[in-house]
Ligand binder design. Structure first.
Ligand code: NAD
Ligand code: AKB
Length: 314
């Protein structure tokens, strides 16, 4: 049975991942940590305050709970990182090396997500290959490429069992997204239910890869459980469910809410980040190496998101 320490556990991914991991591995075997506290999470299982820029705090927590795995999620996302690049460097890079050093010292398995943000304007935009040019132009992207390389380095140099996924924009309803470029793809559903209208900060025609959270969680667990001999790439595999632009979301939402309207007020910073990312990435190596698969396309995701938001809003 695994015993897992999750950093950044109160964010968009961690909130759902901790629940899922506790279902799979047992409540007491999953230790949620973050720099902020949450009483609701505290009632559900072990939680600790851990700032990832403090390596000894991660170490002490890992020893206290005798974990065998770290899932490192603490991060500053792309749009927020452009407003605070130095903070993003400290959290994304110092936090990562601190966490991976603990994995090395205590011989732990290690997972951390990369992102489509690890690609840049010179990367092929369509069917972006697993191995390709990576010259991102954002602080977030720089930290993601450096993070992929650092994780590969720790695997090759020290034998740490590092694994990672290049996630696309993740869509979910339990916890809000934390300051990314793809956040519009979550907001649009809330605005559709509440106001029947949405003003997109991403321009018409801007396609990016997306995925529903249940598929992202399954991908993490499948990769972590995969036979290490099959993992050709480790850090990090391209994964995605579909590629969509704002008008694609609007077209599907309109089937459920016919009065829904979409218009645009483009934010130049987030638009330029989106323009530097691929339109659609190639996930075939994740499929062949460890049988990556998804259940949700845009239609199925939209039906589920709208139903869950309507239920939660009463
Ligand atoms: P999020 O912003 O929702 O959550 C990040 C969490 O990290 C927050 O709870 C925050 O309190 C915490 N945190 C910030 N600074 C910290 C520090 N110094 N110490 C400890 N915790 C700190 O992010 P997320 O969407 O859950 O993303 C998790 C990981 O997945 C990140 O590496 C992100 O780059 C990656 N990712 C996310 C997406 C997505 O669409 N959500 C897509 C691709 C990759
Ligand atoms: C962001 O937009 O920053 C994230 C990501 C794709 O990495 N959602």
């Amino acid at each position: 049975m695994k015993r897992i320490l999750v950093t950044g556990a109160l964010g968009q991914i961690g909130t759902e991942l901790v629940n899922k991991l506790r279902d799979v591995y047992g409540t007491l075997n999953v230790i949620a940590t973050d720099i902020r506290a949450d009483d609701a999470v505290k009632e559900k299982g072990p939680i600790e305050l851990v700032d990832v820029t403090d390596g000894s705090a991660i170490f002490q927590c890992a020893v206290k709970y005798r974990v065998d795995t770290i899932i490192h999620l603490a991060s500053i996302l792309s749009a927020k990182a452009e407003t605070a690049p130095r903070l993003a460097w400290d959290v994304n890079m110092v936090g990562l090396i601190n966490a991976i050093e603990v994995a090395r010292e205590l011989d732990l398995q290690f997972f951390t997500p990369s992102s489509i943000g690890a690609f840049g304007p010179s990367t092929p935009k369509n069917n972006t290959p697993q191995v390709t040019l990576q010259r991102p132009t954002t602080m977030y992207g720089i930290s993601k490429v450096a993070g992929e390389l650092l994780c590969d380095y720790y695997f090759k140099r020290f034998g740490v069992d590092t694994r990672g996924l290049r996630f696309p924009g993740l869509i979910s309803y339990l916890a809000p997204p934390g300051g990314g470029t793809t956040d519009y793809a979550v907001e649009i559903y809330y605005h559709a239910v509440k106001n029947k209208t949405y003003k997109s900060y991403i321009a018409e025609g801007t396609a990016m890869d997306m995925m529903y959270m249940p598929d992202a969680l399954n991908a993490i667990i499948t990769l972590m459980e995969a036979n290490p001999e099959k993992l050709v790439h480790r850090n990090a595999y391209n994964v995605s469910s579909f590629s969509a632009a704002p008008e694609d979301f609007a077209r599907v939402i309109k089937k459920h809410i016919p009065a829904f309207t979409l218009d645009y007020q483009v934010d130049p910073i987030r638009q330029s980040i989106a323009d530097s990312w691929p339109n659609v990435i190639d996930c075939s190596e994740a499929v062949s190496d460890w049988k990556f698969r998804v259940e949700y396309d845009l239609e199925k995701l939209s039906k589920d998101m709208l139903a869950k938001i309507k239920r939660d809003l009463g």
